[in-house]
Every structure is written in C-alpha cells, then in structure tokens.
Design a protein around this ligand. Structure first.
Ligand SMILES: Cc1ncc(COP(=O)(O)O)c(C=O)c1O
Length: 396
C-alpha cells in the first residue's frame, strides 16, 4: 500500500536546525525556529510554571480521563484572559471554550467544525501567513484564499488593499486574522485598523477567525487582545484559536484553546457539543498536564502576578532588542533602512534580504535564518548583536 506514497521534501526549518547544530563556528546565531529565547540563547521553563508544576504534582490524585473539553478551569481562565471577565459576550454566556493540543490543535478543530457547518467554505488568510495555516486549515476541507497584507516595499501594512479586499468578501466566507505579533512579518493591526475590520465584518457579514498565538508578547496582554475583544463585541459569531506555547513557554506540552462565540445561548450550546464531538473524532481528548498548569497559574493571584511579570520581561527583552537593532543599523549604515524593526511586534520580522544574502549570512557568517529573511528577534543577545549587525551590513 505505502509504495504509492511519494517522498516529501524535508521541512526547510528542520534542515536549517540541523545545519546550525553541525556548525562549529563559536559565533553562530540561530534566528530560524520560532521560540522565545533568553539572553543566554535558552528557551527556559518559566518560574511560575515550575511552581505550578510542584503544586499540581502534590494535588493530583488520579490520571483518569478528563473528557473532550479538557480542564474546565483552564477553559474558563483562558476565556477570561482573552476576552476579559466583563466582556458582554462572556456575560451573555455566548462563548464556549475547549482545550486543544496546542494552537495547532485549536486551529484544526475550528476548521473541522467550520467545514461541518459550511462545507468547503472559503477562508481568507493574509499574504503572507504562517506556512502551517494552509495544511492545518485547508486539509480540513476549507478553501484557502489570500488577502493583501504585508507591503515589502514599506515593511508595513497594505491597509487600503486589505480593507478593499474585505469589502468584497462574501457573507459565507471566513477571514483569518493574526490577533497580534503576526507570523511571519511582525506587522500588526492597530486599534483603528481593528475597528475598520470589525465594521466591514458587520457590513459584509463574514466571520472572523482569530489566531492568537503570541498574546502578551507584543505590547501587553490588554493591548494584544484588543482585536479579539473588539470583534467579539461587534460581530455575532467568531472563532478564536489560542496557544500557550510561547507566552507560558509550554511548547512541548501542547496547550491551546478553541473559543467560539455564537449568536445566542442555544446555538452556543449546540456548538459546544459539536466542538467536543470533533475533538473526540480526531484525538479524543487533549493532554491534561500543560492545561492544568496554565489553569492553576491564571486562577492563583500570586502565580498570575508572577506570570505577568515574567511575560513582561520577555516582551520587554524583545522590544528592547528591536529598538537596539534599529539604532545599531542606523549608526552603521547612516540610513533608516531598518527603522521598521521597532514598529513591528512579536518575535518575527523580515529583514528584507534576498536569498543570496541569506545564503551568504549562513555560509560565511554562520547566521541562520529562513530563505524569506524572516528572523526570530529573540535569537539576538547582547553577546551577538554587534556581530549580527556587522554581518548583515557586510552582505548588503
Ligand atoms: C501564527 C501561529 N499560530 C499558531 C501556532 C501554534 O502553536 P502551537 O501549536 O505550538 O501551540 C504558531 C506556532 O508557531 C504560530 O506561529
């Protein structure tokens, strides 16, 4: 049977990781994989997670099944974190949340459910978007279409073209929006942009599908959830996939959540049953451990405060590096070529280099990034920032 299958090209990011590992240059820098790194280049376990782990370990008395929706405490806490406890949609009991195996699991359950409700519906994604969106959402049966988003010339947003495209979208369609910290370009919508998107969603009747994988790593927890809250206050229905991989550093534990806001309570109850049924048919139920830790951290005022502080530290480090990079490039190049870096959010930005320049950075300077010149800003540190800037200037 399997002789019918064709060999696939290996994932370029895995190849990049392997080349980086084999490189013996002591100055090598990995800017490829999308994980947060500290000043030492390490992706640490957060202190609040370690403490929650100890408490969880002491309190856990059974490993019996949890059920398709996952940990109820986690689900409630995630809903409150994203939308805010006093959000009208929460007060009206129109949002239902299930735990999922990572943001990817949440995206897939959301896509499967949409495809059940509206087979073959069109889902508009930004140009560009995270590469994995296409298989995760398209393989569920949705038709993937793209809307203009990133403007390579200005390293900003094609706001007029994007809004014009939204003005043509059908009521049957869905629009995928990055809640904050756009992957791969780092260009986010500001509050006015979100307001305009919300108005168009109402006018055209399309349904927003928000991917919120970096909450708290852009401008702050409240600021980064502006779009989700605004849309939830404006449109009748909304789908939102969130991840705790980055903001809780729980990558391998696979913690995410799918929240769906329905037009009214009876529909929300039906949707909740369907969400669980989709999950049951794919992976039955989500892994418990990571969600239990997140639920505990968010519910405990002391742990919650500590998480906030640690997350702020991560965010400040990223935004500090962004500001520093722009300054260092300005000083070396006497131009504003890299001034866009501090205006972008999250861990990613496109440097705007061509493939040859990216290749030279790798072969001659041991600086590793994907061909599109997307860098993980968090891979930069005080130890390597000057070497990085000098090397980039050298290949320009
Ligand atoms: C835009 C975006 N969405 C979703 C995810 C899903 O993350 P995970 O499944 O690891 O929680 C990621 C991870 O890199 C991402 O970048």
């Amino acid at each position: 049977m399997f002789e019918t299958l064709k060999a696939l090209n290996s994932d370029p990011i895995l190849g990049l990781m392997a080349s980086y590992r084999e490189d013996t240059n002591p100055h090598k820098i990995d800017l490829g994989v999308g994980v947060y790194k500290d000043e030492a280049g390490h992706t640490p376990i957060m202190e609040c997670v370690k403490r929650a782990d100890a408490l969880h370990h002491a309190a856990e008395t059974s490993k019996t099944y949890v059920g398709p929706p996952g940990d109820p405490e986690f689900n409630q806490q995630m809903q409150n974190l994203i939308f805010g406890t006093d959000h009208a949609a929460i007060k009206a009991n129109r949002i239902r949340t299930v735990q999922a195996p990572g943001g990817c699991g949440a995206l897939r359950v959301g896509a499967e459910l949409i495809n059940r409700a509206r087979p073959g519906a069109a889902l508009w994604v930004s140009d560009p978007t995270w590469a994995n969106h296409v298989p995760l959402l398209g393989d569920a049966g949705l038709e993937i279409k793209t809307y203009p988003y990133y403007d390579a010339a200005s390293q900003g947003l094609k706001i007029d073209a994007m809004l014009a495209a939204f003005g043509q979208i059908n009521a049957r369609d869905l629009v995928l929006l990055h809640g904050c910290c756009h992957n791969p370009c780092g260009v986010d919508l500001n509050e006015q942009h979100w307001d305009a998107v919300a108005a168009l969603a109402v006018q055209r009747g399309f349904t927003p599908f928000i991917d919120l994988a970096y909450l708290g790593l852009g401008l702050g927890l409240k600021e980064d959830s502006y779009g989700a809250r605004k849309l939830a206050a404006t449109v009748p229905e909304l789908v939102l996939a969130s991840s705790c991989s980055k903001n809780f550093g729980l990558y391998r534990e696979r913690v995410g959540a799918l929240s769906i806001m329905s037009a009214n309570v009876p529909e929300a109850d039906i949707v909740y049953g369907q969400m669980q049924n989709v999950a049951r048919g794919i992976y039955s139920m989500p892994p418990n451990y990571g969600g239990a830790l997140v639920g505990r951290i968010l519910a405990d005022p002391v742990l919650r405060k500590d998480w906030d502080a640690e997350l702020t530290g991560m965010r400040d480090r990223i935004n500090g590096l962004r500001a520093e990079l722009a300054k260092k490039f300005q000083a070396r190049l006497h131009s504003n070529r890299f001034d866009f870096i501090p205006h972008q959010r999250g861990i990613f930005s496109f440097l705007g280099l061509n493939k040859d320049q990216v290749q030279t950075l790798k072969s001659q300077y041991s600086i590793y990034m994907v061909d599109s010149s997307r860098i993980n800003v968090a891979g930069i540190s005080q130890q390597n920032i000057d070497y990085f800037c000098e090397s980039v200037c050298a290949v320009l």
